[in-house]
Design a protein around this ligand. Structure first.
Ligand code: PLP
Length: 481
């Protein structure tokens, strides 16, 4: 990069010009106590307004986002979210209230959102406190633990988790003070029922399941699984990260799940990625309601208020009441889509995934070749055997202005590429993605070096991803290059 152009500060340049002061000027020392004054002048960049804007717009354009093009990052639901929901979340009435104000309008929004999410998932009550899906997992597991303890069965500490599960599942189990026991998947990608039966005993606390699972496959034996777990005194936890596939079509509550979380930042209209705030509401069936975090929003006497001084509650899991602006977006989204609209979202998400899978099947290895839900897993194993890895293919996709799918996850598929196109992509965009993949795989066969050294036309080449995450260089100073 050209360092001379990169350093934009010019001594004496400024982003404002004010008319000469026509009132008596006061000395800084008169306004700010002396001991609070800085000793040296701050060394800030000296820039014009247009310099500043070009700098930040330029940085944003170096980044790839949902507004740059398709972002088929499986398990993340990186869909386009209607801007109108951003506008609503930014209304003064919402942004200007402090959580301590117990504002009736905000309480009503939370109360109604709790009820809508309970209806969508088939649960009896919902808490909006958790700030992420993983936080919801921990909350739900703490509730399950409290339930068993209350019933005098503290020895129930084993949580069965399929080998296709998201990494946060076993991590949350540990955080909640429970133990993970891994269950195998069968050849069709579902839970291996024999392995499940073999792990059920008197220490069973419950099963944690994602349905559709992270392979994008619907767990067809879910009713049998639920019966097995319940008969053994266990509870079923539903990881709702894949709710985008089933809205208005089926409900975890009807499948037999006792506890669920949703990721409002995946399914319900909050842009995510980059570590921004999230929201992971938890829903429970009646038997678990006493253990919900407090406060919950309750409705009585014609209005909403904070309530739930429940002695069995697991307590508070988040300051105040969670990430409110995300709740506003979810509320606006659900109300504007309506029941039919939400169902159409899921139908189109599933249709798009199957359309994309059908397009790729001709020249890519599809791991579980059955009808998928909202995502599916392809494998770069044939290319890997020719010397070009899945990572190489993913990096080459960047050159074609396409965000890669999730790679090397789920762990049970070698050279995994997990595609989730979402409902918001058009047929033309999906066709173009198929064409791009075909082009790259042809390159991999005919000119492997080109793919192995990609990306070639991005602002930066191939990064050391570990170092970039662990030792990020977030500022640049020309004095310490
Ligand atoms: C995203 C995801 C999670 C974790 O959710 P966060 O909101 O990122 O904490 C858990 N399980 C699955 C299947 C996911 O895709």
């Amino acid at each position: 990069m050209n360092q001379v152009i990169f350093e934009k500060s010019i001594p004496g340049r400024s982003a404002y010009s004010l008319p000469a002061c026509d009132v008596p000027a006061r000395k800084t020392e008169d306004l700010i106590p002396n001991q609070m004054l800085r000793a040296n002048v701050a060394e800030l960049p000296e820039l014009s307004e247009v310099d500043v804007l070009r700098h930040f717009v330029g940085l944003s354009q170096k980044n790839y986002g949902v507004l740059s093009g398709i972002y088929p990052l499986g398990s993340c639901t990186m869909k386009y979210n209607p801007i109108v929901n951003e506008r609503v979340a930014g209304l003064d009435g919402f942004t200007g209230t402090h959580p301590s104000m117990d504002c009736p309008g905000n309480l009503r929004l939370m109360g109604e959102l709790q009820a809508m999410l309970a209806e969508i998932t088939g649960m009896d009550a919902v808490t909006l406190q958790p700030a992420a899906g993983s936080h919801g997992e921990m909350t739900g597991l703490m509730i399950m633990k409290a339930y068993h303890e209350k019933r005098g069965e503290p020895q129930r500490t084993k949580i069965l988790v399929p080998d296709s599960a998201h990494g946060t599942n076993p991590a949350s189990v540990t955080m909640a003070g429970l133990q993970t026991v891994q269950i195998k998947s069968d050849l069709s990608g579902n839970v291996d029922l024999d392995d499940l039966r073999a792990h059920i005993d008197g220490q069973l606390a419950g099963l944690m399941l994602t349905n559709p699972n992270t392979l994008g496959l619907f767990e067809v034996n879910i009713q049998e699984i639920a019966a097995l777990i319940h008969a053994a005194g266990g509870l079923l936890y539903y990881d709702g990260a894949n709710q985008n596939a089933i809205c208005g079509i089926t409900r975890p509550g009807d499948m037999g799940f006792d506890v669920i979380h949703l990721n409002l930042h995946k399914t319900f209209s909050t842009p995510h990625g980059g570590g921004g705030p999230g929201s992971g509401p938890v829903g429970v069936k009646q038997a678990l309601v006493p253990f919900l975090p407090v406060p919950t929003v309750v409705y009585d006497d014609g209005s909403y208020r904070f309530g739930g001084d429940n002695p069995d509650s697991i307590g508070k899991v988040r300051s105040f009441y969670g990430n409110f602006a995300i709740m506003v977006r979810a509320y606006a989204y659900i109300r504007s889509m309506g029941a039919q609209g939400l169902k159409a979202v899921s139908e189109n998400a599933v249709l798009n995934a199957n359309y994309l899978m059908a397009g790729l099947r001709d020249f890519m290895k599809i791991e579980y070749d059955r009808t998928c839900m909202h995502e599916f897993v392809a494998s770069g194993l044939p290319q890997k055997e020719q010397g070009v890895s899945t990572l190489d293919i993913a990096k080459r996709m960047l050159d074609y202005n396409v965000h890669p799918p999730t790679v090397y996850f789920p762990l049970i598929v070698r050279e995994a590429m997990m595609f989730e196109p979402t409902e918001t992509e058009s047929k033309q965009t999906l066709d173009a993605l198929v064409e791009t993949m075909q082009t790259i795989l042809t390159e991999a066969a005919e000119n492997p070096e080109l793919v192995k050294t990609a990306p070639h036309n991005r602002p930066v080449g191939r990064l050391d991803e570990l170092k970039a995450a662990r030792k990020p260089v977030l500022t640049w100073d020309q004095r310490t290059p």
